[in-house]
Every structure is written in C-alpha cells, then in structure tokens.
Design a protein around this ligand. Sequence first.
Ligand SMILES: Cc1cc2nc3c(=O)[nH]c(=O)nc-3n(C[C@H](O)[C@H](O)[C@H](O)COP(=O)(O)O)c2cc1C
Length: 225
Amino acid sequence: MDVKIVAVLGSPHGMKGATGALLNRLTQSAVAAGADVKTFNLAEMTVKPCHACDACHRTGQCSITDDFATLKSALLAADGIVLASPNYISSVSAQMKAVLDRCCGPLHCQSMAGKYGVAVVTSGGGESEEVERYILRFLQNMGCWTVGSVGAEARHLADAGARAERLNAAASLGAQLVATIRARKTFPEQENMHRAFYDRMKMLVTLRKKEWTYEHEYWKSLGRL
Ligand SMILES: Cc1cc2nc3c(=O)[nH]c(=O)nc-3n(C[C@H](O)[C@H](O)[C@H](O)COP(=O)(O)O)c2cc1C
C-alpha cells in the first residue's frame, strides 16, 4: 500500500532549526519505511491568519488567496499528518497556528477523520509536552487517530548523547506512523473523544444550516444527517 504523509513545519528557522532537525529524522525514517513524504516548510510559504469571514463554512472556499489552498489539498489527500512546531509561549508558533485556524472548514466537516497524526515539538527551556498535547488535541478534534509525539529541549539537543536519543525517538515515531497506517490500526481509547467532537460538529452544522450552507450540504451529501 502506498502511504502518503504530509509534514508541516512551523519554525521560522525552517529545516535549519531544532524542530527541522527532529522532523527531518522522523520523515527520513518514514521514507525508509516506504512512505511518500511531502514536507511543507511554512518559512518558505505564505499562510495568512484566518480573518473569520465564514466563507469556508458558507462556500467551502477560503476567501484568502495564498499557499493554504495547496497545503489543504495535500492534507486532504494524505494518510498521515505530521505537525512540527517550536514551543512559542507554551503554544505553537504563529505560523503553525495560522494553519490550524485555517483548517476550521475541514474541522467542521470532519473531512480529515480517519487519518493518522503525530506531533513534533522543540523548546528552549521545557514544556514541550504541553505543546505536544495541544497539537495532538487538534488532530483528535479533526477526527485523526493520534499515534504519538516527540519533543526535545535545548539541553537535550546540546548534549551529544541526549541529542542522539531524541533523534532516535523521532526516527522510531516515523517508522511507527507508517506501520500504523499500513495496519489501519484504530485506538479504542480515542473513540469517545472522536465521537464527542463529531457530535458537537453535527449539532453546530445543523444549528447554523441557514448560514453555513456548504457545510450543511456536505454533511447531508455523506448521509450523516
Ligand atoms: C517567540 C518565542 C517564544 C518562545 N517561547 C518559549 C517558551 O514559552 N518555552 C520554551 O521552553 N521555549 C520557548 N522558546 C524557545 C524555542 O521554543 C526553542 O528555541 C525552539 O527549539 C526553537 O525551534 P527552532 O530552532 O526550530 O525554531 C521561544 C522562542 C521564541 C522565538
């Protein structure tokens, strides 16, 4: 089976930064396991912040013309999604947040449900885990199965032994992501979260059916309503 993975890197340092190094090891390992991996480096792209016009909900199209349309198509076609960001004030970078916010249409439509996701985070002083959890929660809300996450702090990356250990953890996660996709594994412990968010979106789209015509039609066309 052809496994398609899309990675999104949210550091302004691109592949030269700490997050890029960790992500690179993960994607190399996924490629070695036979996956087709495409990395989107947000430092080289323009993805503007959402301006809350609701066009995606009404028409299915974002009103902002920039590189998000290409990224969204790639994400929708992927089996696996890797979201990589530095810790910026206990959250993701602004570049990554713009991508998450622009996914509001697919979130309402649950159109990425059933894909597999992982998170990659680096931080200066710590708290990578908090940001890993934030990214994993986003992926779960999108309906994706989350396979795991990997984080590293500056002190790990400055020490040869700890750096090698973190890079190995990234490589393992890359291989695990590909194996999980191939096996079409499901995670029973995530099912309740998926169901609760799906039901919430169903209620929202039903409630706003007069304004959010595209999303209501989308749900109806799939026989979900
Ligand atoms: C605006 C900004 C905010 C940051 N906030 C935090 C933070 O809250 N906690 C932390 O541990 N590191 C913080 N850092 C440090 C980065 O997370 C860390 O250097 C990261 O590894 C950078 O990754 P990169 O080389 O891929 O860009 C911050 C850095 C910047 C530029």
